[in-house]
Design a protein around this ligand. Structure first.
Ligand code: GDP
Ligand code: MG
Length: 163
């Protein structure tokens, strides 16, 4: 079976934007299982000749802070079970938030390779914003921009290196 990459993170960091950039024209299929997994999007991608499946875990986003946090936790836990590599996506413009810390706590226990992708690094002036994301201890954060498509090659390099 193809290795599985999951994109995890709180709402609004740009997970779906990056997911769509990575799968490109390839059709994303909505997994039709009953229950909590059904909102997740699965796609197929390939980089440097290495094929992989990729999951956009952001399907469940409900208003109300407690529910959002619970849903983020649930999505992260599901992704950990299924994934071979996890992309932990954050937002350069907000910096590290409490919800990011919540996700990080779950990811620490996973034992899976974690790649920190810091999205919304839309211009050179924002490149220094990635440094505070070293504080998670998951290694070198990768600055990306879903709006401009920059840094995605570096992210894909990091993903396939860990497959
Ligand atoms: P998700 O909730 O994590 O799936 O995030 P989305 O992909 O839905 O994006 C949330 C918002 O951030 C949308 O308004 C996007 O247009 C915006 N966004 C996504 N990527 C970028 C980026 O690289 N730069 C900027 N400035 N905005 C972005
Ligand atoms: Mg989304």
């Amino acid at each position: 079976a193809r290795p599985v990459v999951a994109i995890v993170g709180r709402p609004n960091v740009g997970k779906s934007t990056i997911f769509n950039r990575i799968i490109g024209d390839r059709l994303a299929i909505v997994e039709d299982k009953p229950g909590i997994t059904r909102d997740r999007l699965y796609g197929v991608a390939e980089w440097n000749g290495k094929p992989f499946s990729i999951i956009d875990t952001g399907g469940i986003e409900i208003d109300g802070e407690d529910i959002i946090l619970r849903s983020i936790r649930m999505q992260a836990e599901l992704a950990i079970e299924e994934a071979d590599v996890i992309v932990f996506m954050c937002d350069a413009m907000t910096g590290v938030t409490q919800a990011d810390e919540e996700v990080a706590q779950i990811l620490y226990r996973s034992g899976k390779p974690i790649i920190v992708a810091v999205n919304k690094v839309d211009n050179m002036g924002r490149s220094d914003l990635i440094y505070e994301f070293y504080s998670f201890g998951f290694g070198d954060p990768i600055g990306i921009s879903g709006s401009h498509g920059t840094g995605i090659g570096d992210l894909l390099d990091a993903i396939v290196t860990n497959l």
